[in-house]
Design a protein around this ligand. Structure first.
Ligand code: GAL
Length: 461
């Protein structure tokens, strides 16, 4: 497992030096969506109040050794109680779009069946507050927090999840579709299937190639089915799905390294976009995918397709690949040089990678690309009520200038969401890694705008 953990968390070797150029909001055009991205388990807290059911992340974090600082999202940043002041703060930073996810177990504590009206009320209040403030809500149906009762029945490995997910999607679109136009079906299916069902370093801590493959296929089917349900239930909808992606290149230009890079490219970038476009699974470049056959039913190939209005791409770093003994994938990432600039996650800062991956995705017949997550964790220090996070400002400038470069070359990139608004619970890292443009004191829940927050405020003015 450590090897796969490494596969995900190590960073590539080449360091990049893209000069920092000044960019202007107007360079991106008037219609460009500027927003911040968040996720229910990482911010809400209130993990067992007002009728919320247990999710796989509640269960996973109850074993302290799963999380590096032994913390959990029971309180997180208490967004459940503080959403009003937080959204006002977001408005003051001049963002017009707020991305959040619904917590499935807050809405359907048993996964299916009985509706928790108090959970629905929370999202109604929060969505209405956004609209009153002139902030457009963007939602993600699934950002990793599956109801534990469904996991007990096999979770994503059980084909029944298509029915469970359809019921949940139908309910959300009926209750919230009158006020939400922008919907994303899944958040990073490649991450939750590999980390949750192959390497077990995330919830629900399951391992094995067949658990992984079954969850991949079922997530793909839910992705397209979710899209169809949104289209049916929400008028004038703008439908996407949010995919993790990392530009992947071979460490050496020889056959075995190039094939290793291709295999990693399949896992990191191709597994959830190509089936939705009717291209099937990229078996040719990752032979273990042949084993998917046992999960594929005849009507599935057709059902995997969905004509998304946009594809959300989420990028943090690029990958430099080498062959390895990791089973099935037989590839790993090359460690970075000591001189490389890395984030607190140990990920190399590689701004040109976002340009390359946007270009790669633009080769697919996709209507619209939105960067639905990009950002960086750095070791922030609160001194005299200020956080001088110049490194994060430079990170944003350099990545944004590469997004702009792709856009200026004619690629239809229509928006950018920073990860993230306020420091929050960063999955297996706990609270150690701070990604916010607003600092959070996790004891007092006091928010302090970082210099990067002020930079965005002025940039977006
Ligand atoms: C993404 C994930 C987010 C956030 C971010 C930073 O993979 O969707 O929830 O954790 O990474 O690491």
């Amino acid at each position: 497992m450590a090897l796969l953990a490494a596969l995900w968390k190590l960073k590539p070797i080449l360091s990049e030096s893209s000069e920092i150029q000044e960019i202007l909001k107007s360079d991106f055009g008037d219609d460009f969506y500027w927003g911040v991205a968040t996720a229910a388990y990482q911010i809400e807290g209130a993990s067992d109040i007002d009728g919320k059911g247990e999710s796989v992340w509640d269960r996973f974090t109850s074993k302290k050794s799963h999380i590096k600082d032994q913390s959990n999202g029971k309180i997180a940043i208490d967004f459940y109680n503080r959403y009003e002041s937080d959204l006002k703060l977001l408005k003051n930073l001049n963002f017009k779009n707020f991305r959040f996810s619904f917590s499935w177990s807050r809405i359907l504590p048993d996964g299916t069946g009985k509706i928790n009206e108090k959970g629905i009320d929370f999202y109604n209040r929060m969505i209405d507050t956004c609209l009153e403030l002139g902030i457009e809500p963007w939602t993600v149906l699934y950002h990793w927090d599956l109801p534990q009762v469904l996991e007990d029945k096999g979770g994503w490995t059980n084909r029944e999840i298509i029915n469970w997910f359809s019921e949940y999607t139908d309910l959300c679109t009926r209750r919230f579709g009158d006020r939400i136009r922008h919907w994303m079906v899944l958040n990073e299916p490649a991450s939750f299937t590999t980390l949750g069902y192959l390497s077990g370093i995330h919830a629900p801590d399951r391992t094995g190639i067949h658990k992984f493959l079954a969850s991949v296929h079922h997530a793909n089917l839910c992705q397209s089915e979710g899209g169809r349900i949104i289209r049916r239930n929400v008028k004038n909808s703008h439908i996407g799905t949010a995919l993790s992606c990392s530009y992947t290149e071979p460490h050496k230009m020889t056959g075995s390294y190039q094939r290793a890079a291709q295999r990693l490219d399949v896992v990191l970038n191709r597994l959830f976009i190509e089936p939705s476009l009717g291209m099937g699974y990229p078996v040719q470049h990752l032979p273990v995918l042949e084993k998917l056959e046992r999960y594929i039913q005849p009507q599935d190939i057709e059902n995997l397709k969905f004509d998304f209005d946009f594809i959300g791409i989420q990028n943090y770093f690029r990958v430099v690949a080498k062959p390895s003994i990791i089973p099935y994938i037989r590839a790993n990432r090359v460690k970075p040089q000591d001189s490389a600039e890395v984030t607190a996650m140990g990920w190399e800062v590689s701004p040109e990678g976002i340009y390359e991956i946007i270009k790669q995705f633009a080769k697919y017949p996709i209507k619209e690309i939105i960067v639905t997550e990009n950002g960086a964790a750095f070791p922030d220090q609160l001194i005299n009520q200020r956080i001088h996070d110049q490194q994060r400002i430079d990170f944003y400038k350099r990545y944004l200038q590469n997004v702009l470069k792709a856009k200026n070359e004619g690629i239809n990139v229509t928006g950018y969401f920073a990860w993230t608004f306020i420091d929050n619970f960063e999955w297996a890292e706990g609270f150690r890694t701070r990604y916010g443009i607003v600092y959070n004191d996790f004891e007092t829940q006091e928010r302090t705008i970082k210099d990067s927050g002020y930079w965005f405020r002025d940039f977006l003015k």
